[in-house]
Ligand binder design. Structure first.
Ligand SMILES: Nc1ncnc2c1ncn2[C@@H]1O[C@H](COP(=O)(O)OP(=O)(O)O)[C@@H](O)[C@H]1O
Ligand SMILES: [Mg+2]
Length: 273
């Protein structure tokens, strides 16, 4: 992903889309007849082309928020708008990357990346140049004919990212995409994601439980409280890009980390014994 800015082979990319989450609540009904509140009257506004990270403890409603934005779940109340349009169902403008790659083992890398095109009944052959370009951007040139079982976890997740990007989505949703990777692979993926985003500049909503990942990658870090989730802090990260790994020792970086940690400590999410 750290090579050249891509020229669009198939179509010019839409600019990043805006996201408005207005007073959104979500409760899950259980089989026992209870209602579990997962998200409570949440408001989040994201500008086109912003890279926003949401960080919060496990179970605070991060994945719920992502699934609502993706149109995969209905909200209990409130509404979500993409470029001013209410989200009702999965949308072409959105690409999603989950923690597990969800690749189909019987399809090659190229066939996996083309899946969203086939589902939309597009002409897969038209997108082959774009597949090659994406594979090159993520350092997987020449791997198009391989099967998922022939790849490492990090490589598979790169393929999942290519699949999410094949339609040049104006909004990329990522739900703890690097959570299952080893530390070194994760570090490389973080650097590559930044490079990829700098060349595309679409809107990204990146969900993580890693404060460090959030502060390194995002323009804004949104901190959510324990369930039912609400926004506790909305922190603008004023560190210039491209950010090098060494920024981790920059006093401003350390201060941002401390501010997020403080929220978690005040909520009892982090305690020192
Ligand atoms: N399908 C479901 N049915 C019932 N409860 C759910 C369901 N999905 C999530 N929850 C509950 O909602 C809360 C938020 O879940 P989730 O959005 O997955 O949190 P996070 O991604 O922040 O870990 C959790 O308490 C979880 O147990
Ligand atoms: Mg989750």
């Amino acid at each position: 992903m750290n090579r050249v800015a891509p020229a669009r082979a198939v179509s010019s990319p839409p600019p990043g889309v805006s996201v408005r989450i207005e007073g959104v609540s979500k409760a899950y009904d259980t089989r026992e007849g209870d209602s579990i509140p997962a998200l409570d009257r949440t408001d989040i506004m994201i500008e086109p082309g912003e890279f926003v990270a949401i960080v919060g403890p496990s179970g605070c409603g991060k994945s719920t928020a992502l699934n609502l934005i993706a149109g995969l779940l209905p909200a209990s109340s409130g509404r979500i708008l993409l470029d001013g349009e209410v989200v009702k169902r999965p949308h072409r403008k959105i690409g999603v990357v989950f923690q597990t790659d969800l690749l189909l083992y019987w399809r090659t890398v190229t066939e996996n990346i083309l899946l969203p095109i086939e589902i939309k009944r597009g002409r897969a052959a038209d997108y082959l140049p774009r597949v090659e370009q994406l594979l090159e951007q993520v350092g997987l040139q020449g791997f198009g004919g391989k099967y998922p079982s022939e790849l490492s976890g990090g490589m598979r997740q790169r393929v999942a990212i290519c699949r999410a990007l094949i339609q040049d989505p104006g909004l990329l949703l990522m739900d703890e995409p690097f959570g299952a990777l080893d530390a070194l692979t994760r570090e490389q993926m973080i650097m590559d994601l930044q490079a990829m985003w700098l060349s595309v500049r679409n809107t990204v909503l990146f969900i993580t439980h890693s404060i460090e990942e959030a502060v390194f990658l995002a323009d804004r870090v949104i901190v959510m409280s324990p369930r039912p989730g609400r926004v506790d802090l909305d922190l603008h990260i004023e560190l210039k890009r491209p950010r090098r790994w060494a920024v981790h020792t920059d006093p401003r970086f350390v201060d941002y980390m401390a501010r997020v940690r403080k929220i978690f400590e005040s909520k009892g999410v982090l305690t020192e014994r």
